[in-house]
Write a protein that binds this ligand. Structure first.
Ligand SMILES: *[C@@H]1O[C@H](CO)[C@@H](O)[C@H](O)[C@H]1NC(C)=O
Length: 399
């Protein structure tokens, strides 16, 4: 079986090499001094020549590679490397520029490239599973549900609907953390990927009087992102504060789509809604079960889901529960984040030390965990801020 060049990279290398000598075997045509010393007369000069050529080609390749990788992964390039060098004739000859374009086009034909560079979709479920198991504390329900839902959805060949997950719980329980884990394990560039968009209600849509404008902007952003990427992730933080008009604008993106041309590119879209809606009822249910002697891990969705859904639908201070998204069952799963206990806060503190490669003592972990306020007043069981701002608190304990 003939083995041709396997990839255009090889082609590029061959193009960069000068044509091979036509004088037949070995280097006899151009003997050099010292050739005899090499032992096998004749082959040495050829080897030398080839090595020179390879070295030259290698240097060129490195330069192409540097330019190429700067184009595809711009964040990996130091600005100061490129900018001052330009006036000194660093610009490639026209031919080189064309090679670079060909190489980039070739690369982007099987990877996903965006304006900002590489927005490769990695869908690392092993990494996601490990992150949820090791770095997320006290959320056995969210851990299972998020992994199962994301994997199940993304492995469908042609989903006819977006996946919509709604995270509920007090602040500091890990909702944002899990959203970030998803972004980081599904996309090479994580939250910075062009395939991932984060909207924070009070930051991106602060004024109710502009809701018409926001609706257009939101729909345009979703469309544009989907044009770039066949798999997109939209995170809507502070979902309880989203104007009903904006929730309405999301409806067409969450509804089931009519089956299209089977050869059309399949679109996979995940929406995450993050809110503290229902946080109180989750805590109430968990508290009652714990007081009744249950262990935390025995608490299942059957204990929480009915009451959580009822609470969301009935909440009067937010449009979310009354929106078409909830009323028309466009949200696939309501995921409860349980209130965190003392031992979970300790684990968050330990992680904070480890992530900065700092040494810690068990006493320091206790000290930090004790700094949090625990509720309810009587039982003092749940950290009112969860694990929020733990990483700043460890600063007090640094040597
Ligand atoms: C997936 O993530 C794990 C853990 O972060 C990592 O060790 C592994 O190399 C990743 N796999 C791929 C294919 O990126």
């Amino acid at each position: 079986m003939p083995r041709g060049p396997r990839s255009p990279l090889w082609l590029l290398l061959l193009l960069l090499l000068p044509p091979p000598s036509t004088s037949g075997h070995g280097g006899r045509a151009r003997p050099r001094e010292g050739a005899e010393e090499a032992g096998s007369a004749g082959s040495w000069p050829a080897f030398q020549g080839l090595r020179e050529r390879l070295r030259a080609a290698g240097a060129l390749c490195r330069r192409y590679w540097a330019l190429f990788s700067c184009r595809v992964w711009p964040e990996g390039c130091r600005q100061d490397e490129e900018a001052p060098a330009r006036p000194l004739g660093w610009s490639l000859p026209l031919l080189g520029q064309q090679y670079l374009d060909i190489l980039t086009t070739w690369y982007c034909s099987f990877q996903d490239c965006c304006d900002s560079g590489d927005c490769r979709i990695i869908n690392n479920f092993t990494g996601l599973e490990a992150d949820l198991r090791v770095r997320l504390h006290g959320q056995h329900l969210a851990r299972e549900l998020v992994l199962t839902a994301a994997r199940g959805y993304l492995e469908l060949p042609r989903p006819d609907k977006a996946l919509a997950l709604s995270f509920h719980g007090w602040s500091g329980t890990g909702k944002n953390f899990v959203a970030r884990m998803l972004a980081e394990n599904l996309y090479r560039d994580g939250l910075r990927s062009d395939c991932v968009k984060v909207f924070i209600a009070t930051l991106h849509f602060p004024h109710h009087k502009y809701v018409d404008l926001y609706q257009e902007q939101l729909a345009a952003q979703i469309r544009k992102t989907q044009e770039h990427c066949h798999q997109t992730l939209f995170i809507l933080d502070e979902a309880e504060k989203l104007h009903p008009g904006l929730l309405e604008a999301l409806r067409p993106h969450l509804e089931r789509q009519a089956p299209e041309n089977p050869r059309a590119k399949s679109l996979k879209t995940i929406f995450l809604f993050l809110s503290n809606l229902g946080g109180n009822i989750i805590n109430e249910v968990v508290l009652n079960l714990l007081k009744a002697g249950w262990s935390r891990e025995e608490i299942g969705m059957e204990h929480l889901e009915p009451q959580l859904q009822a609470e969301i639908v009935e909440s009067t201070d937010s449009g979310f529960g009354h929106s078409c998204l909830v009323k028309e069952n466009l949200i696939d799963i309501f995921i409860p984040f349980l209130p965190l206990e003392y031992r979970h806060v300790r684990l968050c503190a330990r992680d904070a030390f480890l992530s900065q490669e700092l040494l810690y003592t068990e006493e320091a972990l206790d000290e930090i965990a004790k700094m949090m306020v625990y509720v309810p007043k009587e039982e003092q069981l749940f950290s009112s801020q969860g694990c929020k701002s733990i990483s700043q608190r460890i600063n007090y304990f640094l040597p």
